[in-house]
Design a protein around this ligand. Structure first.
Ligand code: NDP
Length: 294
């Protein structure tokens, strides 16, 4: 089985490409330069050339604040790109796994969002991702939309790496303590995507549609930062910053984030028997790799 991955140099795309491939499964990754999903001809030609059994779209415009001013680019990558991919996949009868985000929700819920809850994004990024989901649903029956949240990993920019960088030089870090969500390691997302891919032979059954996957546990960014430094110190990290909890009002950003964006992942467990991994366990694995000398 051949799997074609877009956005191969992003956090999740990179993990998809470096993971041990399950038996019988070959992953071909394409980064932005090799395959720009907003270019219909290049996208169609690449997919036709490799004729994969599955396409995974890990490409996205993910800068939440810059999306407020780069609106056109955000919609181009997050709406038009998935539309182009879904059209190509429909023409060649290839299924598509498309990644999406907790930011399609407004954060007013008090229990984890289910995959069929109404979308109500707060900013341009969330709107563009919600529009991309809709394009995929409209154009391709054999799709899986996998929403995730608070992604971090070895490769690329993320909260964990920012904390380690600033923690090495600053005495105090101020981190918001009133936004609740679920940190998710890019490696765990990649494992989940590949596990779904191995079900391809039984894809006659009605498994298509929208799913959620995130790390297990609902915390704030402040909790996350504290745990990062607790584990990092155990692994020999030299920084010893004090982490101060602050309200979001003291850390203004261009776009409003959802106050609560935990995702209910029960459908993934029911249909694919794929459980969530506890967030501390995954964080420990990523920190171990980030802080190793190799
Ligand atoms: P990254 O930003 O790490 O990676 C996205 C990749 O997409 C980058 O390598 C980027 O390349 C590439 N890309 C951008 N535009 C195009 C394009 N037109 N054609 C092809 N590739 C392009 O994202 P993540 O790995 O963190 O995110 C993966 C998925 O998870 C996305 O769908 C995202 O919306 C979702 N998600 C992410 C969260 C997070 O916290 N990061 C939270 C929730 C969901 P380049 O940099 O060269 O432009």
């Amino acid at each position: 089985m051949i799997v074609l991955v877009t956005g191969a140099n992003g956090q999740v795309g990179w993990e998809l490409c470096r993971r041990a491939q399950p038996p019988g499964l070959t992953v071909h990754g394409f980064d932005h330069a090799q395959m720009d999903i907003t270019r219909p001809k290049q996208t169609a030609e690449t997919i036709a050339r490799y004729h994969p059994d599955l396409v995974v779209n890990a490409a996205a415009y993910t800068n939440v604040d810059q999306a407020e001013t780069n609106t056109q680019q955000a919609f181009s990558v997050n709406q038009d790109g998935p539309a182009i991919l879904a059209t190509c996949c429909a023409e060649l009868d290839i299924p598509l796994i498309h990644l999406s985000t907790d930011y399609v929700f407004d954060g007013s819920a008090v229990t984890p969002y289910r995959q069929d809850d109404a979308l109500s994004p707060l900013g341009i990024y969330g709107h563009s991702k919600a529009a991309g989901e809709e394009e995929v649903r409209d154009r391709l029956h054999r799709h899986i939309i996998l929403r995730t949240s608070w992604v971090y990993g070895i490769h690329g920019h993320n909260f964990v790496k920012t904390m380690l960088k600033f923690g090495a030089t600053r005495d105090t870090l101020r981190v918001v303590n009133d936004q609740f969500g679920c940190p998710t390691s890019a490696g765990d997302i990649a494992d989940t995507v590949l596990a779904i891919a191995t079900h391809v032979s039984s894809w006659e059954t009605p498994i298509w549609g929208t799913y959620h996957y995130c790390g297990q546990g609902i915390i704030t960014w402040f909790d996350f930062a504290e745990e990062i430094f607790r584990i990092a110190k155990r692994l020999g990290y030299a920084g010893t910053p004090t982490v101060d909890a602050i309200p979001t009002s003291e850390y203004p950003t261009k776009t409003t984030r959802p106050v609560f964006s935990a995702l209910d992942c029960s459908r993934l467990l029911e249909v694919f028997q794929l459980p969530q991994k506890p967030w501390q366990e995954s964080l420990g694995q990523v920190l171990k790799e980030l802080l190793s000398d190799d």
